[in-house]
Write a protein that binds this ligand. Structure first.
Ligand SMILES: Nc1ncnc2c1ncn2[C@@H]1O[C@H](COP(=O)(O)OP(=O)(O)OP(=O)(O)O)[C@@H](O)[C@H]1O
Length: 312
């Protein structure tokens, strides 16, 4: 869906991006992860044709973007950044509808799409007639994401969109993004320097260092087989085993109930890390596992977690 082949970008003599090649498949949630200044935003801005690469080729849906009209390209790609960039003199509703209006959609189509996006992003309708300055930072972020989604693009680029949020709003928006990705099958390319955010969202992670790709793969690949000291260090060397537990749901490790079922239960869709935490809290080494209706469907033991922590 998105391909970069030997892409480089220099600002003066300094390479912000040096020979980056990567491929984002349709339907991926690809996260560009790396420390500040490693070139993540520059990659995203080049894909959105806001700046041109000095070397290499970028293709979207197989078409070299150098051959496309940048404005037409940007209208087909949702883009959302940390500082949001809502138009201050437009109402929330007008902001969300900006791209559909530019595309010349009729008012009935815009209204129908508005209702969908507002519902998907769980935006309170009372906010629609307000102006951006009348919203909290978290509300503005939701509107920024809604605006990026409004024209129903099949590619969505997001540059640290939740960086300025408190942890609770941030987690809520991450959940929203996951749901949206799973429900829509759209292709996401998301920039962050937060490893937990990357693990929560990504189907594929590209770790960058100093303008280059240090490693690309699934979250499990990268956690289990970091290619070098930089990647291992960036992922948090000491926390690697616990991060692996975050990737596996209890239902993947469930076993039939034993003769002495535990009275403490946890949902099957919780992670192995959550199971471990609950065992430590309750001073038990086994938990009953419940399905969505609360019915007990099996159990999990501490040994199951320790022995089989890594995803298969
Ligand atoms: N317009 C510009 N002019 C000059 N230098 C720039 C410009 N844009 C980026 N750079 C430099 O290029 C390098 C990469 O910047 P970039 O914003 O892509 O990094 P990043 O990984 O997204 O960082 P952060 O996480 O801090 O946003 C940095 O050293 C930055 O200072």
């Amino acid at each position: 869906m998105i391909e970069l082949d030997g892409v480089a970008k220099f600002f003066g003599p300094m390479a912000a991006v040096e020979t980056v090649s990567l491929e984002v498949a349709a339907g991926d949630f690809c996260v560009l992860l790396g420390p500040s200044g490693c070139g993540k935003s520059t990659v995203l801005r080049m894909i959105n044709a806001m700046i041109a690469p000095d070397r290499g080729r970028i293709a979207i849906r197989g078409v070299d973007i150098a051959t496309l009209d940048p404005i037409a390209l940007r209208r087909g790609v949702g883009y959302c950044i940390q500082s949001v960039g809502l138009f201050p003199h437009w109402t929330v509703e007008h902001n969300i509808a900006a791209v559909p209006r530019l595309l010349g959609w009729g008012s009935a189509k815009i209204a129908a799409r508005m209702a969908e996006v507002v519902a998907a992003m769980q935006i309170d309708e009372a906010l629609l007639p307000r102006y951006p300055r009348e919203l909290s930072g978290g509300q503005q972020q939701r509107i920024g994401v809604a605006r990026a989604l409004a024209a129903d693009p099949d590619i969505i680029l997001m540059d640290e969109p939740f960086a300025a949020l408190d942890p609770i709003s941030r987690a809520a928006l991450q959940d929203e993004m996951r749901r949206l990705h799973e429900a829509s099958g759209k292709t996401f390319l998301f920039v962050t320097h937060d490893i937990n955010e990357a693990l929560r969202l990504a189907t594929r992670i590209v770790v960058m260092n100093k303008g280059r790709v240090a490693q690309a793969g699934t979250p499990a690949d990268i956690l289990m087989r970091p290619v070098d000291e930089f990647v291992r260090g960036f992922l948090g060397r000491d926390e690697l085993p616990l991060r692996l537990l975050d990737l596996v749901e209890i239902r993947d490790r469930i076993r039939p109930l034993s003769h002495r079922p535990s009275t403490t239960a946890i949902g099957g869709n919780a992670t192995l890390r959550a199971a471990l935490n609950m065992m430590l809290d309750h001073h038990v080494s086994r938990l009953a596992v419940a399905d969505e209706t609360g019915e007990i469907i099996g159990e999990i033991s501490l040994a199951d977690i320790v022995a089989g922590g890594a995803p298969q």
